[in-house]
Design a protein around this ligand. Structure first.
Ligand SMILES: NC(=O)c1ccc[n+]([C@@H]2O[C@H](COP(=O)([O-])OP(=O)(O)OC[C@H]3O[C@@H](n4cnc5c(N)ncnc54)[C@H](OP(=O)(O)O)[C@@H]3O)[C@@H](O)[C@H]2O)c1
Length: 242
């Protein structure tokens, strides 16, 4: 029987998600490497196993109800519970842009992955999270979802005009708060992690932070103690304003 804690990271075949999986693996978790492409997920899991971590690919396309249900059924059959869920998978859709220009389909696709997919995964895995003694949920956020930062004309965030990404991530922040409220009496803590601008396919390869640096805050939130806060967003420097 596997006595490790079990963690699922969505979109863990590359980027910050793979680094979160690696760091949780180093802490002794069995890590389920969520990946919409099973082959690329298997390559990532193999890399982590070669480094000495307990990692297994879990095919998971967050916008597909069938895929989400199948992934939850697989985890239930294999482990009967889930200790940590990291909702990392997200997109900046092609064609994303300012309010005056962005096409409705582009906006829709951002919400489909970054909000509806995130909620669908969370809902499907909640029964398994409830079966763990002290489950944690971490949603990846961004300073581009902060009203305080995007609303500050002196902030670099106010110059980034990807409405689909920013607004869907802001909606995901509300999911974080509302799920934290809903689960407040269960011991399950729900927080959001802003990794900062990291060098990945999404962040751009000239970004100042490494994926490993970006992953660290999510790993901290995935391993909080029982009296730690719930329903907040954190970056490396501490708690952020919504
Ligand atoms: N990089 C940054 O500077 C930065 C800053 C702030 C917040 N973040 C957040 O950090 C998280 C990770 O970002 P990243 O930079 O590592 O991005 P990334 O390199 O583009 O990786 C995104 C991951 O999400 C997966 N994904 C996308 N849509 C999916 C879907 N429908 N179903 C399943 N998986 C899906 C991707 O799979 P494929 O490989 O198949 O596309 C990939 O594994 C995101 O939530 C992002 O918003 C990043």
């Amino acid at each position: 029987m596997n006595t490790n804690k079990i963690a699922l990271v969505t979109g863990a075949n590359k980027g910050i998600g793979k680094e979160i999986a690696r760091q949780l693996g180093a802490l002794g978790f069995t890590v389920l490497v969520g990946s919409r492409d099973a082959e690329r997920g298997a390559v990532a899991a193999k890399e982590l196993v070669a480094e000495g971590h307990d990692a297994v690919v879990l095919p998971l396309e967050v916008t597909s109800a069938e895929s989400v249900a199948a992934a939850a059924a697989t985890v239930e059959a294999a482990y009967g519970r889930l200790d940590v869920l990291v909702n990392n998978a997200a997109i900046i859709p092609a064609g994303d842009g300012p309010v005056s220009e962005v096409a409705s389909d582009v906006l829709r696709s951002a919400f489909e992955t970054n909000v509806i997919g995130l909620v669908a995964v969370t809902r499907a895995f909640l029964p398994l999270l409830r079966k763990a003694p002290a489950a944690r949920v971490v949603n990846l956020s961004t300073s581009l979802a902060s009203f305080a930062q995007v609303g500050d004309p002196d902030s670099r965030m106010s110059t980034v005009t990807t409405l689909g990404y920013n607004s869907s991530k802001a909606a995901a922040n509300m999911v974080t708060v509302m799920l934290a409220n809903e689960l407040r009496d269960t011991g399950i803590l729900v927080n959001a992690a802003d990794p900062g601008n990291c060098a990945t396919d999404m962040g751009g390869w000239n970004a100042p932070r490494t994926p490993a640096e970006g992953a660290a805050v999510a790993v901290t939130l995935a391993t909080l103690d029982k009296n730690d806060p719930t329903g907040h967003v954190y970056a490396e420097e501490g708690r952020l304003p919504w």
